[in-house]
Design a protein around this ligand. Structure first.
Ligand SMILES: [Zn+2]
Length: 432
């Protein structure tokens, strides 16, 4: 693991030069150490040897998530005695992917996360309340822990605990910052209100957030972002982490997209035909890991839809930035010539006054398009409310899905159908 000192201050050609070298190194390593890439790159007519620079990247084949799941062990590249950690993806679809990490991979992870904390303003001596699982093969919890150590700040590893336990700990230790899932902040604020506490009295002031985005496509705070900012105040930064990448992207003080760490990762956005898209255009995020020994990945399809933020960042840091994740590729909806993701509809419903909860359903139509049904839970089921909500949805997403108004209790049942622990707001009937 080689962090390049001051990499973010280098000029675009200097960064590209470093990435050229690291890409060449990565392809050579994968072609020799990873059984999967040895095979694929040989079949590919020895193209690996012709990859000299970033411009050659599109000539390499893409790697799908399914392939990594199906042939997981063939992606393992490091000798067994150099592996110090084995982590896994959460496996929302299909089998989990196990990923071995060498000591250098762990250092790469720690350095990457140290930067995220540093950009947030963390300093040696600070205390960070880490409300993220640290075990269960979860890489992110370990990343935050190591990043804080590397920075010289204290990690308060509470992990996943009931709301009151978090609130008690915050009042006792007064952390300077916090790492958590954005929606968790809403739960904690609600619990505090019920207990007659004002979270502002002990709010950590700095938040590194994992999971759901708190910004929309325009990079402005979305409904979730606004709600947590109202409740807690302070500085909030999004991250986008990916187990397979062995790192996360970080928002900087300018809140102008999520920075990739140039010497650890390359990113591309590709369209339906797998052609690279220019900055600003949404498509699938494809990543190539740099300096990874355990499980290097070349042009890996993340299945997440985002875009490259055009132009240089006002914060002055170089390297590629991506926008928030707009949705999952397999959840894409085709509606009367418009393509959108359930997240866009969720965003509208979250900001609609009077809508207490909702479920979005997608059904396949015979003509290849999708029929989308919004089941909204509301006490007001009048035609005026319905028309206003329809207008609001149309004004935001330019389509009008079918709208069914129901009692919130009915929606609540649908959200937790089958004894689910987490509510399911999007139900895809197209797959069955
Ligand atoms: Zn920036």
């Amino acid at each position: 693991m080689k962090p390049v000192p001051g990499i973010f201050n280098l000029s675009p050609p200097e960064i590209a030069g470093i990435q050229d070298d690291l890409l060449r190194e990565t392809v050579e390593y994968a072609a020799s150490a990873s059984p999967y890439y040895r095979e694929v790159l040989k079949e590919d007519g020895g193209r690996a040897g012709s990859v000299r620079r970033l411009a050659d990247l599109p000539s390499l084949p893409l790697t799908s998530r399914e392939e990594v799941q199906r042939r997981n062990r063939d992606f393992w590249a490091a000798p067994r005695d150099r592996v110090v950690e084995i982590v896994a993806t959460t496996g929302t679809t299909g089998e989990p992917v196990y990923m071995p990490m060498t000591r250098d991979d762990v250092e790469r992870l720690a350095e990457n996360e140290r930067r995220g904390f540093e950009w947030l303003g963390a300093r040696p001596g600070d205390r960070y309340h880490v409300a993220v699982t640290l075990d269960n093969l979860f890489v992110a919890g370990m990343a935050y822990h190591l990043g804080l150590h590397r920075l010289g700040a204290a990690a308060v590893r509470i992990g996943a605990q009931p709301a009151r336990r978090h609130l008690d700990l915050m009042r006792q230790l007064r952390p300077d910052g916090m790492v958590c899932v954005p929606s968790r902040l809403l739960t904690l604020a609600r619990q505090a209100r019920e207990d007659g506490l004002d979270v502002r009295d002990f709010a950590p002031g700095k938040f590194l957030l994992i999971g759901d985005s708190i910004r929309g496509q325009d990079l402005m705070p979305n409904t979730l972002g606004r709600l947590i900012a109202e409740a807690w105040g302070g500085e909030m930064r999004s991250t986008y982490g990916l187990t397979e990448a062995g790192l996360a992207f970080h928002e900087c003080p300018a809140h102008c997209g999520l920075h990739s760490h140039p010497e650890f990762l390359l990113c591309e956005i590709v369209d339906e035909e797998d052609s690279p898209l220019p900055a600003g255009e949404p498509g699938e995020l494809v990543i190539t890991t740099l300096q990874v020994q355990g499980m290097p990945l070349l042009r890996y399809r993340t299945g997440d839809i985002s875009f490259i933020v055009p132009g240089s960042c006002p914060c002055g840091r170089g390297g590629t930035r991506i926008g928030p994740i707009l949705g999952r590729k397999r959840q894409r909806l085709k509606l009367k010539g418009t393509t959108l993701y359930p997240k866009a509809i969720e965003e509208v419903l979250l900001s609609a006054a009077g809508v207490e909860n909702f479920v979005i359903e997608a059904h396949a139509e015979k003509d290849g398009t999708d029929r989308v049904v919004i089941r909204a839970g509301t006490a007001d089921r009048s035609s005026i409310f319905r028309n206003n909500l329809n207008d609001m949805i149309y004004s935001k997403i330019r389509v009008t899905p079918e709208l069914i108004l129901e009692a919130p209790g009915e929606i609540e049942k649908a959200l937790f159908e089958g004894g689910r622990r987490k509510p399911r707001t999007f139900v895809d009937y197209r797959e069955s």
